[in-house]
Design a protein around this ligand. Sequence first.
Ligand SMILES: [Zn+2]
Length: 211
Amino acid sequence: MFDAPTLGREPTLRDSERGNPRSMAKLGAQPRSVCHRIARLPQDGHRYQAPSLFGMKLSRRSRWILGAASVCVLVLGGVAFLNRGPSIVIPDRPCADPPPLRTHDGVTLQPVAMRAFHKAERTAHTTIAISASFRSCAQQAIACRNICGNPQGCPGRCATPGSSWHQLGAAVDLTQGSLDNATIVSAMKSAGWCEPLPSSDPGHFSYGGCH
Ligand SMILES: [Zn+2]
C-alpha cells in the first residue's frame, strides 16, 4: 500500500503505528492484514462472482455434478447414435420406384429388414413361416380386393396400394402357426419388428416403425 497525496487528506497514523490494531482503530482503519486482504480483491467492475446457472449461485460441488452429468449425457447420446440401426429406404413413389430388395427362402425384404428378420430367427432358434412379405402395388390391390372387396384398400384392414409397408419390403405376415408361437412373436419384437394392429390385422409385422 502507498500513501495518498498529503494535500487536503484526513490525518493518518505515523508509519510506526501502522499495523497496530489499537492505533488503527483510533482512525477507524482496518488492521494491515485485513487491508492486505481487501487490497487483493479485484477492483470495482472486476468483482469476483461465483458461477451461476439461471441466476442461481453454483457451489464447486454443484459445478462438478453438472459437469459429470453433461459428460454422461454426451457419452450415452454417442453410444445410442452408434448403436442405431440403419434406416429403411422409403421412396417417394413406391409403386413406380420400389426400394432395393433381397429374396431369401421365399422372403423378399429390404436388406436391413431382411437382416432383422434373420436376427429374429436366430433368437427364436427356428425358421419363421410367413404368408407374405414384399407386395407390389398390383399385388396389394389384389390382396385388398380379397380381404374387403375394394382394391383401393379398406381402413384398418388393408392399406391403399402404395401406402402399405409391404410395398416398402419392410413388412411380413406371420402364418397362424408362427403367430401362435410366443417365442417367435417375442423374437420378432426384440429384433425391432412391430405388430401395429394385433386385433384387426394379427400377424402383420412391420420393420422401421409401426405401420
Ligand atoms: Zn401385412
